[in-house]
Design a protein around this ligand. Structure first.
Ligand SMILES: C[S@@+](CC[C@H](N)C(=O)[O-])C[C@H]1O[C@@H](n2cnc3c(N)ncnc32)[C@H](O)[C@@H]1O
Length: 237
């Protein structure tokens, strides 16, 4: 599996930061708003005290959750200061520049961790998942939202759109066609469905469930960290 290069990713997002929000809405035909709203609903149901949004970018998901759930203490982090500056300017109250592979928080700091369209861009998926599990309290919840390739009748037209049309439109909007050619490649190699659930279970989570949205164009994964009893019994083995 080819993994993304962290320096390339950080520089690419720094270059498109000013146009990222517009490009997102146009390229997804506004569906990104719906996908994030669905995640906000899942968060509201679990009623957390605090939440960490990793790879928050311009803060789209974190801002939606902040608006919908004003009582949750939300921290929004990203390793690209140019993207995070937009999150702050758009009203995100608590932001911190941080690499998801080395989060600056102690064990068991958060009830929920969210990551939308971020994990796919990270250089080491298992390490990133273990780091998110580490900062989650036992029994805490990780919610991942990311692109997937539909496994149905939409598969062929979607892949054609992804590799032929999307980079052209994105190139006009952001003047960075390369970054969106990378997007298609990154989606193709990203584990999805059962493969992602398996990866979660191998890296600190005891249950994981995948739910496709919009015929599988994106998938939402909800996973729980091990309860303290499971962790202690693993230590005794
Ligand atoms: C496609 S954007 C997603 C932004 C936002 N979550 C959203 O839903 O629109 C991906 C973000 O992941 C960030 N990112 C990639 N690798 C990272 C890492 N190792 N640590 C922190 N942020 C990372 C990038 O800087 C970028 O802002």
């Amino acid at each position: 599996m080819r993994v993304p290069d962290a320096v390339y990713v950080k520089n690419a997002f720094a270059r498109i930061a000013d146009r990222y929000v517009l490009a997102n809405h146009v390229l997804s035909c506004g569906m990104d708003l719906w996908w994030r709203w669905l995640v906000t609903r899942i968060v509201r149901q679990s009623n957390p005290r605090n939440l960490l949004d990793v790879a928050t970018g311009t803060g789209d998901l974190a801002l939606d959750i902040q608006d919908a759930c004003p009582d949750i203490d939300i921290t929004a982090t990203d390793f690209c200061p140019e993207m995070l500056a937009h999150a702050s300017a758009r009203g995100m109250r608590k932001t911190q520049v941080a690499d998801a592979l080395a989060l600056p928080y102690p064990e068991a700091s958060f009830d929920v961790v969210t990551v939308a369209f971020g994990l796919r861009n990270m250089a080491d998926y298992p390490k990133a998942l273990r780091e998110m599990a580490r900062v989650l309290r036992p029994g805490g919840q990780l919610i991942i939202l990311d692109f997937s390739i539909p496994q149905n009748v939409l598969r062929a037209p979607y892949r054609w759109y992804l590799h032929n049309i999307l980079p052209k439109i994105a190139g006009w909007i952001t003047r960075e066609k390369d970054a969106y050619e990378y997007l298609g490649a990154s989606i193709e190699q990203f584990p999805q469905g059962d493969a992602m659930c398996q990866l979660l279970k191998e890296n600190g989570f005891h249950s994981a469930e995948a739910t496709p949205f919009t015929l599988g164009v994106v998938t939402c994964y909800v996973a729980q960290t091990n309860w303290i009893g499971d962790i202690l019994s693993q230590d005794r083995r």
